[in-house]
Ligand binder design. Structure first.
Ligand code: GLN
Length: 184
């Protein structure tokens, strides 16, 4: 199985390592021509969603990625990647890829709790460790299904071929979330 990892900015190398650990192949998507390769899934990593959104636009990657997701390619967006997938961003006019029926609230955990670690149950996997770094949460859902909550906030959701996570599974020892994604 070959997975394209968006490698413009942010935590993409950690995702590549996890994919290799799971026996999958990873390649980096840095420019438009990388989208011409054949692949079975896409990962949109954490980082800064405003910067990634701008680069996606400038490099003419936004449309081909959106199209590929709409055509059914499995995609996993983590943290900033969740924001890229969201149809709405709370309090902002920006929309990036916008294929997933969720509203994301950016930097939703205030300054003091900007980063934290916890364990919570994830539907279909069980209890897993979760690291949040200036994370968003999912404020509301129109089409997707909630897969996990922390303190009453939705922090993971799935809509058919799309998986969005507010936390960083690539930073954990466990590869359970990557295995889950590869099973999609
Ligand atoms: N705060 C970042 C944003 O709004 C997301 C943080 C992350 O991906 N770790 O895009």
């Amino acid at each position: 199985m070959r997975i394209g990892v968006l490698a413009l900015q942010g935590a993409f190398i950690e995702h590549e390592k996890k994919l290799l650990e799971c026996g999958a192949e990873a390649f980096e998507i840095r420019q438009r021509r990388d989208m011409a390769r054949s692949f079975d899934g896409l990962i949109l990593p954490g980082g800064e969603s405003t910067v990634m959104g701008k680069l996606l636009q400038e490099l003419e990657l936004m449309k081909p990625i959106r199209q590929s997701i709409q055509d059914g390619t499995p995609v996993m967006g983590t943290c900033a990647g969740l924001i890229l997938l969201a149809e709405h961003i709370s309090g902002e006019d920006t929309v990036h890829i916008g294929t997933m029926g969720i509203t994301a609230k950016r930097n939703a955990y205030g300054r003091q709790l900007g980063s934290f670690h916890t364990n919570a149950p994830f539907k279909g996997i069980g209890e897993i460790p979760m690291t949040f770094i200036r994370a968003p949460f999912i404020e509301s859902i129109t089409k997707a299904e909630s897969l996990a909550e922390v303190d009453g906030k939705i922090i993971a959701a799935r809509q058919e071929n799309q998986l969005a996570l507010a936390f960083h599974p690539e930073l954990e020892q466990s590869a359970a979330v990557h295995e889950y994604f590869l099973s999609m």
